[in-house]
Design a protein around this ligand. Structure first.
Ligand code: PCA
Length: 325
C-alpha cells in the first residue's frame, strides 16, 4: 500500500520534472490557398521542418484556404497578434503602398531570373514596410507566369472588350480596364463558382491556379503570356517571434531560407507540368497573336508609368536597383 502511494508520488514528480522539456509553443498560421497548391505544400513542409528542428517545441499548424481568416484579413490578424504567422499574396497590400505591387506590373519581370532580380531590388523596402507594422518577413515565393484563360480563341484584342474578368488584386483590375474588360475581385477558391454562375468569363492567373481550379471545366483556351510572377510572402508577428527561444528563432529562420529556395524551385517546375496538365484536360494551349501581345505590352507600359508616378522616389529607387542587377 505504502509502496504504491510512493510509486504514484514518484510518477507525479517525474511528470512535473518532464513538463519544462515538453513546453510547447503552438502557432496557428492562416494561409489563403488550398492544400493542392504548391505554396501551401511548401508552407506545410516549412512547418514540419520547424517542428523537427525544434524537437517539437514550436508547433505550427497551417490553416489553408482561408479557413481561419479570409485572405483580406490575414495580414491584420498577424499584425494584431490574433495569429502569430501568416501567408498572403504580397500585391494585395497595394492599397497601403505601391511598393508591394511592383511584382504585378505586366512584363516588367516576366522570367524567374528577372523576378529574382526584382525581388532583390524591392525586398529591402518590403521588409522595412512590414517591419514598421510589427511584422517580420520570413520568405517569398513567386507563382508561375500569369497567362490568359478564355472561353474562346482570341487573336484580336478588340474581342476582349466588355468581357467580365476575374481579378485578384488592384493590378489585375487595372490591366482588365486597360484592355476594355470589366474586372470583378474573386478569391482563388471561388473561381469555379464565379465562372459557373457567369459572374466572370476570363482570367489571368498561373497554370497552377488553372489546374487547382480545374479551368478546363469552364474555359477552353490558355494563351501562354507569362506576363508577371506575383509573389506570396510568409511573415510573422515580430513580438511573437521575439518571444521564442534563440534556438527556436534560428530554426525558424533556417527553415524559412530553405522554404524560399524550395518554393522557387517548385514554382519553376510547375510552369511546364501544369501547362501540360491543362492541355491533357482538353484546353487549347497557344501563344498570343501579335496584336494581342502588342495590346498586353501597351497595357503593361501604361501600368509601369502609372506605378512609377504613384510610387515616387521609393519606386524610382527600386527601378534603379532592378536595372543595376
Ligand atoms: N494564383 C493566385 C494569385 C496568382 C496566381 O497565380 C490567384 O489566381 O488568385
Amino acid at each position: 500500500m505504502t509502496l504504491t502511494l510512493r510509486s504514484l508520488g514518484l510518477a507525479g514528480a517525474l511528470g512535473a520534472l518532464a513538463l519544462p522539456a515538453a513546453a510547447q509553443t503552438a502557432w496557428d498560421m492562416p494561409t489563403p490557398y488550398g492544400d493542392a497548391v504548391f505554396h501551401t505544400q511548401n508552407v506545410m513542409q516549412f512547418a514540419d521542418d520547424v517542428r523537427e528542428a525544434t524537437g517539437g517545441s514550436l508547433d505550427i499548424t497551417v490553416h489553408s484556404a482561408g479557413s481561419l481568416f479570409g485572405h483580406a484579413e490575414i495580414k491584420d490578424s498577424v499584425r494584431r497578434g490574433l495569429a502569430p504567422a501568416g501567408e498572403i499574396l504580397l500585391s494585395r497590400l497595394s492599397n497601403e503602398n505601391p511598393v508591394f505591387e511592383v511584382d504585378s506590373i505586366p512584363f516588367l519581370a516576366d522570367s524567374y531570373e528577372d523576378a529574382q532580380a526584382l525581388w532583390d531590388a524591392s525586398k529591402p523596402q518590403v521588409e522595412e514596410l512590414l517591419a514598421e507594422q510589427g511584422l517580420t518577413l520570413l520568405f517569398a515565393v513567386p507563382w508561375p507566369g500569369q497567362s490568359l484563360f478564355l472561353t474562346e480563341e482570341v487573336t484580336d484584342p478588340a474581342a476582349l472588350e466588355g468581357v467580365s474578368f476575374r481579378a485578384y488584386n488592384t493590378a489585375t483590375e487595372q490591366l482588365a480596364t486597360e484592355l476594355g474588360m470589366i474586372p470583378t475581385q474573386v478569391e482563388a477558391g471561388d473561381i469555379p463558382t464565379a465562372f459557373a454562375t457567369g459572374r466572370v468569363s476570363a482570367m489571368m492567373t498561373s497554370p497552377s491556379t488553372g489546374v487547382s481550379s480545374q479551368a478546363w471545366d469552364y474555359t477552353s483556351n490558355y494563351i501562354d503570356v507569362q506576363a508577371w510572377l506575383p509573389k506570396n510572402v510568409v511573415f510573422v508577428n515580430t513580438e511573437a517571434f521575439n518571444a521564442l527561444t534563440e534556438d527556436e528563432q534560428a530554426a525558424v529562420m533556417e527553415a524559412a531560407a530553405t522554404a524560399e529556395t524550395r518554393g522557387w524551385e517548385m514554382s519553376m517546375a510547375e510552369t511546364e507540368t501544369q501547362i501540360a496538365a491543362l492541355e491533357e484536360n482538353g484546353m487549347t494551349v497557344s501563344q498570343p497573336s501579335e496584336a494581342l501581345a502588342a495590346a498586353l505590352a501597351a497595357a503593361g507600359e501604361t501600368m509601369a508609368a502609372a506605378w512609377l508616378e504613384s510610387a515616387g522616389e521609393a519606386g524610382q529607387a527600386i527601378m534603379d536597383a532592378y536595372e543595376a542587377e
